[in-house]
Design a protein around this ligand. Structure first.
Ligand code: FE2
Ligand code: FE2
Length: 193
């Protein structure tokens, strides 16, 4: 085989593929971003993402409650942290809802049944340390859920996986923030698992 022959034939195959990709893209235009090589099952993806939507709603509400109701001299910085997290959970919610819409699904923002669709819980907590602990627990639940989802999507739906990885990274930061606050306000390091 002469030099360059292999790459020419590889280019040829690619060009044929491009024609096929263009042809297929023109079909089923109503499917929007979901093309024929989408390997996931769209309804399942939407259902899974809607569970995450509910989890984020619960997290937004819990952080907002804590941001308003945390009391005590030491709590101004903690309140600010809770408020910041509430904003970031809202961004997660937006990202998930946009992705669901891109896939042709409907984000479930119906308040009815949110708590039963969510993985995290809405717990008010009796005092500042309780609040921090509840948020840490919720973040750990979110981390486990997102990590499982990232594994589930793998290469089947790369866009959704990458989106979830971004959210997961921020949930890990949140857990770390809550852990730091707990150490500061409880006055002892949390070495036990
Ligand atoms: Fe979140
Ligand atoms: Fe979070």
């Amino acid at each position: 085989m002469k030099k360059g022959e292999k790459s020419r034939s590889a280019t040829g195959t690619f060009l044929t593929d491009i024609k096929e990709i263009r042809r297929r893209a023109r079909q089923h235009l109503s499917a929007g971003a979901v093309t024929q090589n989408y390997e996931g099952k769209v309804e399942d993806t939407v259902a899974l993402l809607n569970h995450a939507v509910a989890t984020e709603i619960v997290c937004i509400l819990r952080y907002k409650f804590h941001a308003v109701c945390a009391t005590g001299l030491a709590s101004e910085a903690v309140k600010a942290e809770f408020a910041q997290h509430a904003k970031e959970e809202e961004q997660h919610l937006d990202l998930l809802a946009e992705r669901i819409n891109q896939l042709g699904g409907k984000p479930n923002l119906n308040p009815d049944g949110v708590i039963s669709r969510a993985a995290s819980e809405y717990i008010e907590g009796e005092n500042l340390v309780d609040m921090i602990k509840e948020n840490l627990v919720a973040e750990r639940i979110a981390i486990e859920t997102y990590r499982d989802m990232v594994r589930h999507f793998g290469n089947k739906d790369v866009t959704t996986r990458v989106l979830l990885e971004r959210i997961l990274a921020q949930e890990e930061e949140h857990a770390n923030d809550m852990h730091d606050l707990l150490v500061t306000h409880e006055g002892r390091p949390m070495l036990e698992k």
